[in-house]
Design a protein around this ligand. Sequence first.
Ligand code: HEM
Length: 497
Amino acid sequence: MRKLTDELGNAISNDNFSLSTGIPGITVIEDTYMMNKLAHFNRERIPERVVHAKGSGAFGYFEVTNDLSKYTCAKFLSNVGKKTEMIARFSTVGGEKGSSDSARDPRGFALKFYTEDGNYDLVGNNTPVFFIRDAMKFPDFIHTQKRDPKNNLKNPNMVWDFFSLTPESMHQVIILFSDRGTPKGFRHMHGFGTNTFMWYNEKNKYCWVKYHFKTEQGIENWTDEEATKLSGTNPDSSMSDLYDNIKCGNYPSWKVYVQIMSIEEAKKYRFDPFDPTKVWYHKDYPLIPLGRMVLNRNPQNFYTDIEQVAFSPSHFVNGIGPSPDKLLQGRIMAYPDAHRHRIGANVNELAVNKPKSPMTTYQKDGDMADTSQGNTKLNYFPNSYEDVYTDEKYRTPDFDVSGFIQRHTYPSSDIDFEQPGELYRRVMNDKQKEILINNICGSLKLADLKLQYRMTALFYKTDVNLGTRISDKLCLNIDNVRALAVMTQEQRVLNTK
Ligand code: HEM
């Protein structure tokens, strides 16, 4: 038995009835216990994540199964058999914190590795590509997937207007509307780093990598009907599936692979290897085994473990760094900024975010600063009193850049349609093609006719069979679709204004 106290340790005589003048009666201002209880309650929420608000996660470990230390000096990847503690958070993207787990949406796949050299985060999705390739477009993109500012309703015109004005989104659009857009919980999906990253070794020789996490539970997806029904019957389906399986010892796991490209090859690859709307062909860059990730521990306190966990693509460790991928460059700034807004300046002092390796910093004070205060007594560096040094060994590779600073327009090109076309023609079987077309038409038919034409022309450009079948299903005039498909994007937009 333990005595109930307030947050300062004072014993409480009664937690059921307020201090008042009688029944009926006036509650007195002197009841500071009740005032504090109500005031604390008012402050129980932090802002939800501006994207990926609904999610859940678990703790586990990452184990190295293949020695790739010639490419990276990241210590946690140094030896076969080495295990590193980690946390994963999975999420949907567009919905609010209480929204349905089975919504058609990409799924977030965010990982934090508590390495001996500090925390390394890999903040990916369950898809190998993304809708856009320049961070500048992200707020507009997300606005179109969320609610119409006018009436707070979802608006199919916003969704399809954006996609039809952003042809590079086609690859991800096809994945989203395939059966992979509604995975059967978080355990049954792959994960991808999506962006390209730098790996470098002790000699500061670097290369480019992409990460792949292959589910050992197998890919399983809901049909559109099942997903829609589940939204009503169990909106927390993915969260409970993850929690229940870990609880009963059925630990989900993923095999981890990388693709590696040399700097020389990157200069010659037949498309921009830093464009996150495209995959590197596996026949050019086969998957190289790296390790295995296992999730074996549920959160004990959802709020402190999952709500307050803060992942960022800028959280690198020695041996891993960014690449000249413009989407990643924007993300590197956006996440720590979101954390300062959502949680506060000392977000990394919270247990779930704190490195498990020694930490020594002169960043001080701010809201909710904890007692360690950076493990330093002074607040400036260098100083003549504390034996703290910087180490040149941790220098990142020199990266040669030249050029003119301007808002470089990314050339729009038919190569954006090549991979989505191949995905439809070569990867999808007849059943999957039918599912894709039904899912696209179920949503696109809700948009204005001009957007149906503009978008169907893009599907036609991707694959004639795909465009024709969508056109038929939407009862569009196929001659108009064909005519729009051969236009430049600018002409197409002008002709469908
Ligand atoms: C310029 C592009 C992007 C920007 C500006 C951006 C921004 C953000 C922001 C502000 C958050 C909320 C962070 C927080 O409050 O903790 C977030 C969450 C997230 N983003 Fe992005 N994002 C971008 C692209 C991407 C891409 C390409 C992926 C995956 C491939 C991705 C995956 C995630 C995931 C998984 C989360 C949730 C992390 C968690 O579980 O806490 N984002 N993003």
